[in-house]
Design a protein around this ligand. Structure first.
Ligand SMILES: [Fe+2]
Length: 348
């Protein structure tokens, strides 16, 4: 549409007012393009340094209260190109919880996950199941599951919170409910889903789970990192080196329907080939030092840093160390794109 010349400009403008009163319109010469040859994202590549985030987290810890009613104390990773969200589909935030605090029970239609960045001893209850959360664990709160957290440890704890709230909002499908009790009742068998499905290689015979609903709510750090260590001894993928996706043990698909979660390692000295794909990505650096080049901008990263990669941006990763692997946790919206038939990938 953008390249087309409109020879009937005056007629189009003259029609506009009459059509408008009937809630109709025709394309106008001043309209932006309906189609672009390839994705043109307003999202900007972004980098957050651990040292800045730590200082800001301490500040919000001192100044913001954790109050009943479901509001969490979080530092949202914003994007200068977007009016809302870290990426077009999700918000990534860092939640800061002090010893003794309770983040009260609520539920929402946005799917969410927690990845524990630092600390131990907080527990979470998801739909009546209690888990202790420790560094490196991934905990899911699938759509409409009740969840609350209590920090029983003695040091402040931080975790990454991701919600597909931008996607849910764009579809006008937001529901939220707070509970009148701060914490949920707990079922008498702890860690039930982890006992049933947490091995990743076995599942209960006669399991009656609904395939679309992931029955596994927690992915322990130890098992996930052991799987990554084993896979890292295989030849590298040219674009991602070693990347393993957390999966729904019933379907073999992504752990959440819309959000992809990936544990990735870059072997010493690795420099991946550049590529691009639809779907946006946020990276959290767990260990190591390196660089990610996004559409020509180089982000030098270290432990605790975050990076965001816009849809269709060319990117490549470098591990700067020649003797230590780097480990990154990645969140993306690729499962949502694949379900809609919109996923594409291209070597640069
Ligand atoms: Fe929540």
């Amino acid at each position: 549409m953008s390249d087309a010349v409109m020879t009937d400009t005056a007629q189009r403008q003259a029609l506009a007012e009459e059509l408008d009163s009937f809630n109709c319109r025709v394309a106008q010469p001043t309209d932006g393009p309906l189609f672009t040859r390839e994705p043109q994202s307003a999202m900007k590549p972004a980098h957050w340094k651990a040292s800045d985030l730590e200082r800001l987290l301490e500040k919000i810890g001192a100044k913001l209260k954790l109050e009943a009613g479901g509001q969490r104390r979080t530092l949202r990773l914003a994007n200068r190109g977007l009016p809302f969200g870290t990426t077009p589909t999700f918000w990534a935030s860092i939640q800061y919880i002090l010893p003794g605090e309770i983040a009260t029970a609520h539920r929402h239609t946005a799917s969410a996950l927690r990845f524990i960045m630092k600390g131990r001893g907080a527990d979470t209850i998801v739909d009546g199941e209690r888990y202790e959360m420790n560094e490196g664990d991934l905990v899911l709160t699938p759509a409409w599951t009740w969840h609350d957290h209590e920090h029983k440890g003695d040091e402040p704890m931080i975790w990454l919170d991701v919600l597909d709230i931008s996607l849910v909002r764009s579809m006008h499908a937001t529901f939220f409910e707070g509970s009148d009790k701060p914490r949920q009742a707990v079922s008498d068998i702890p860690d039930r889903s982890y006992r049933q499905f947490g091995s990743g290689i076995m599942r209960p015979l006669n399991d009656a789970s609904v395939p679309e609903l992931n029955p596994l709510l927690v992915y322990g750090a130890e098992r996930a990192q052991e799987a990554l260590r084993l896979a890292a001894e295989l030849p590298p993928d040219p674009y991602d080196d070693t990347a393993l996706e957390y999966l729904n043990p019933v379907t073999g698909g992504s752990a959440l329907p819309t959000i992809g979660t990936v544990l990735q390692s870059l072997r010493p000295g690795m420099h991946t080939k550049p590529h691009r794909h639809t779907g946006s990505v946020v990276y959290y650096v767990m260990r190591g030092n390196g660089a990610t080049i996004v559409d020509g901008t180089t982000f030098e990263w270290g432990p605790g840093d975050f990076m965001a990669i816009p849809p269709w941006a060319v990117h490549e990763h470098i591990n700067r160390s020649d003797d230590t692997p780097a480990m990154l946790f990645q969140v993306n919206d690729i499962p949502a794109l694949k379900k809609l038939g919109l996923y594409r990938e291209q070597a640069a």
